[in-house]
Design a protein around this ligand. Sequence first.
Ligand SMILES: *Cc1c(COP(=O)(O)O)cnc(C)c1O
Length: 393
Amino acid sequence: MKVPLLDLHAQLRPLREEIGRAVAKVIDSVQYIQGPDVAELEAEVAAYSGVEHAVAVSSGTDALLVCLMALGVGPGDRVVTTPYSFFATMGVILRLGAEPVFCDIDPVTFNMDPDQLAGTLARDSDRRIKVILPVHLYGQCAHMAPIMALAEKYNLPVIEDAAQAIGAQYPGMDGHKWVRAGSMGLAGCFSFFPSKNLGGMGDGGMVVSRDSEFAHRVRLLRNHGAEPKYYHSLVGGNFRLDTLQAAILRIKLRHLEDWHAARRANGRYYDQLLSETDLLEQGVLSTPASVYRNAPGQADSEPNYHIFNQYVIRVQKRDELLQHLQAEGIGCEVYYPVALHQQQCLGPDFKIMPMPNSEEAAAQTLALPIYPELKKEMQEYVVRAIAAFYQGT
Ligand SMILES: *Cc1c(COP(=O)(O)O)cnc(C)c1O
């Protein structure tokens, strides 16, 4: 049996004709830049995320970059974030000449640990930290209630890196109402990279915000700071999303909730299959998915709405297991093998503080196939292959 990590053909098949018609319509309209589908997609993603404003941009990376630009982040400034994320989270900080400050992750959720954040902010006596940048890794919201409380205490803006988490939900600050990823901080950043839960046919991204002034600034920066055309009050860039991508994403957005539900069902099935093995008792598998689906401090009956962009297990002998699974025809991947604070591009002058939880995660995590169209037999095959590997060791 072959089990790919992601099967975009399976997603494309039922949508192929509808997408073809939408693309043909854009082609014939000749409105390739800022055509009507862009504004329509913005309105739809804003409504979906429960915010008033959305600005479509060229990628998830550019969504993060333009948010930091809108906040005036530059040389001498610091941005506090997690060292366990995709490179873009740190890359945008460095590109603006600012400095990343890392606080370690919660080993259960892989997300920014609010206690570590409290310590980091308390030590920032010269107030060089200008922004808090948490990441909702793998599709599960960071523990935002204490993060937002700290942001308020220190009067700092929060930009959510929700690139992997469009549609993920977190209990509202008022106790009951659920809120969506990207709607809690000053702004949230989505990516439409093809492997994200809402993926385009190329690059794309979105900034969502409840703050009209901030959203307006992002909108200006997206198009060289021009308002009106050829009059530039700010220096921005070309961060626009193509009309073609917007038209494609509008069709896919209508299926997003179903895809989330299918991924969550697959996640639950893996939880069950893994718990039926003796891998937990053997101590080779720790942090089962069933634990990290719940945010810290939440009862089991109140699961955090994890959208499972990735289903990640934590295992001993990770690299050997990865090789074994690949040899069995199973696609799997390490997100991420090197924590950001240990990346070579930081150079010799960067003071590396130990981040033990992130370093351990980098050595132990493994993402298994979780895409919506994945079949039960495939999941059973994956878990059998994992169990067989540890039986043989
Ligand atoms: C994918 C991703 C990004 C970047 O998005 P692109 O659209 O690929 O530029 C940023 N942060 C995280 C956590 C991501 O997973």
